[in-house]
Design a protein. Structure first.
Ligand SMILES: NC(=O)c1ccc[n+]([C@@H]2O[C@H](COP(=O)([O-])OP(=O)(O)OC[C@H]3O[C@@H](n4cnc5c(N)ncnc54)[C@H](O)[C@@H]3O)[C@@H](O)[C@H]2O)c1
Length: 357
C-alpha cells in the first residue's frame, strides 16, 4: 500500500505558521536540494526557517535545466548525502519545479536503497502535476525521463505563494495541464479556468486560483491513484500527451511542454468534434480558452507525415496500442486506438490555421 500526503499550505516558510513540515524536520538530518533561482529569491527566508527548526541541514543547489536533469546530478546529490553522512532515517527535501523534484526523488530512491524525501513545488506544473504523482527520474541520451522509478515522497507541501515570482511562460506551462485535467475529468474545474485564467497570467492569486490548483491536483491524484505504477497504459492523464512530445521535439524545445500540451488538446478536441463526439459548442469553448491563454512564441509546425510518424512512436511507448484520449464532453473522455491519416490531415490543417490566426 502506497501512502503519502499532499498538504496545501499558505506561506510555508513563514515562521509564525505551524505546519507538518516543522514536525518532520525536528531532530532530523536534512539534505535540501534547492533550485538555484529559488535560492536567489527565497533563500534567506528558507534558511531562516530551517535554522530555527531544530534540525541539521545542508543545501545542495540545482541549476534547473533539462540538460542538468541527468544521472550526473543525481550522483552529485548522492555524493553530497554521503559526505554529509546521511543516515537511513535522514530526509531529502526538494524545493523547486518539476526538474528539481524529479532529481531529488530519484536521488532519494537510489541513496541507501530508498531514503525518505519531501517535495516542495514552486512552479504551477509542480503544484498540479510533478508534485502529486510518484514518478521520479532523469533524462538519458537525449530521451526525456527515460531512467527513473516510482517512489512516493513522505509528503508534498503545496504553497501557491511561490507563483508570484514565476514568469508567464511557466505559468502557461501549468495552465495547460490544468485545462487538460478539467477537460477529461472535472467540468467545474474547466469552468473555473474559463473564468479565472487571467488571474494566473496577471499573477493576481486569490481564493479562486487556490481552488483551481487544489481541484486540478485532486483530479490528478484521483486519476493516478488506481494505477500508480502504470501497469495499465490506458491512462486518461495522457490526454494532451500524444502529439505534444513530438511537437516539443520538432520545435527543438522552443515550445515549452505545457504549450505543446495545449496544441495537443486542440488536435484531440478537433478529432473528437469531427467524429461527432464533442459538440461544436464545447469545442468552441476549448478553442476560446486556448486562444485566451495564448502561446509564448509562434512555432513552425511539423508536416503531416511527421505527425503520422509520431503516432507510431506513441504506439510503441504504449505497448502497441494508441490509447488516444479524446474529450467526449467537457469533464469526460473516451479512448480510441484508431486515427486515420485523413482525420489527422484535417486536424493538422486546422492546427496550422489556428496558429496563423
Ligand atoms: N514526475 C512527474 O510526474 C512530472 C510531472 C510533470 C512534469 N515533470 C517534469 O517536470 C519538469 C518541468 O518542471 P517545471 O515546469 O515545474 O519547471 P522547472 O523545474 O523546469 O523550472 C522552470 C524554471 O522556473 C524557475 N522557477 C521555479 N520556481 C520558480 C519560482 N517560484 N519563481 C521563479 N522562478 C522559478 C526554475 O529555476 C526554472 O528556470 C520536466 O522535466 C518534466 O519532465 C515531472
Amino acid at each position: 500500500m502506497i501512502n503519502y500526503e499532499v498538504f496545501f499550505v499558505a506561506d510555508l516558510f513563514n515562521l509564525s505558521n505551524e505546519t507538518q513540515l516543522q514536525e518532520l524536520c525536528k531532530g532530523n538530518k536534512l539534505l535540501i536540494v534547492m533550485d538555484k533561482n529559488i535560492n536567489e529569491i527565497y533563500g534567506k527566508q528558507i534558511e531562516r526557517f530551517f535554522r530555527s527548526s531544530d534540525c541539521i541541514y545542508k543545501i545542495f543547489l540545482v541549476d534547473a535545466r533539462e540538460e542538468n536533469k541527468v544521472m550526473r546530478t543525481v550522483t552529485e546529490i548522492c555524493q553530497a548525502a554521503k559526505d554529509f553522512q546521511m543516515k537511513r532515517n535522514s530526509i531529502f527535501i526538494g524545493i523547486g519545479g518539476g526538474i528539481t523534484l524529479d532529481i531529488t526523488g530519484f536521488a532519494a530512491f537510489m541513496f541507501r536503497r530508498k531514503t525518505r524525501y519531501l517535495r516542495i513545488p514552486t512552479t504551477l506544473v509542480g503544484l498540479v502535476d510533478a508534485g502529486v504523482g510518484v514518478k521520479v527520474g532523469v533524462n538519458f541520451d537525449n530521451a526525456k525521463n527515460l531512467i527513473g522509478g516510482y517512489y512516493p515522497p513522505v509528503a508534498t507541501f503545496s504553497d501557491q505563494s511561490f507563483l508570484k515570482t514565476l514568469d508567464v511562460p511557466n505559468i502557461r506551462n501549468g495552465l495547460y495541464e490544468i485545462v487538460k485535467m478539467g477537460l477529461i475529468d472535472n467540468r467545474e474545474l474547466f469552468k473555473l479556468v474559463e473564468h479565472h485564467h487571467k488571474d494566473f497570467l496577471t499573477k493576481k492569486f486569490n481564493d479562486k486560483t487556490d481552488t483551481i490548483i487544489y481541484s486540478s491536483a485532486f483530479s490528478m491524484m484521483k486519476e493516478l491513484e488506481p494505477n500508480l505504477h502504470e501497469h495499465n497504459l490506458k491512462r486518461s492523464v495522457d490526454f494532451g500527451h500524444t502529439f505534444s512530445t513530438f511537437i516539443e521535439e520538432s520545435s527543438n524545445y522552443s515550445i515549452n511542454h505545457g504549450e505543446a500540451v495545449g496544441l495537443d488538446v486542440l488536435i484531440s478536441s478537433f478529432l473528437s468534434l469531427k467524429r461527432g463526439i464533442l459538440s461544436q459548442n464545447e469545442f468552441d469553448r476549448v478553442l476560446a480558452l486556448t486562444r485566451s491563454i495564448g502561446f509564448t512564441n509562434l512555432y513552425k509546425l511539423p508536416s503531416l507525415e511527421r505527425f503520422h510518424e509520431a503516432l507510431d512512436a506513441v504506439r510503441n511507448h504504449r505497448a502497441g496500442n494508441l490509447n488516444l484520449v479524446l474529450p467526449s464532453k467537457i469533464g469526460t473522455c473516451i479512448f480510441t486506438n484508431e486515427c486515420t491519416k485523413e482525420e489527422l490531415q484535417e486536424a493538422v490543417i486546422f492546427l496550422h490555421e489556428f496558429i496563423l490566426v
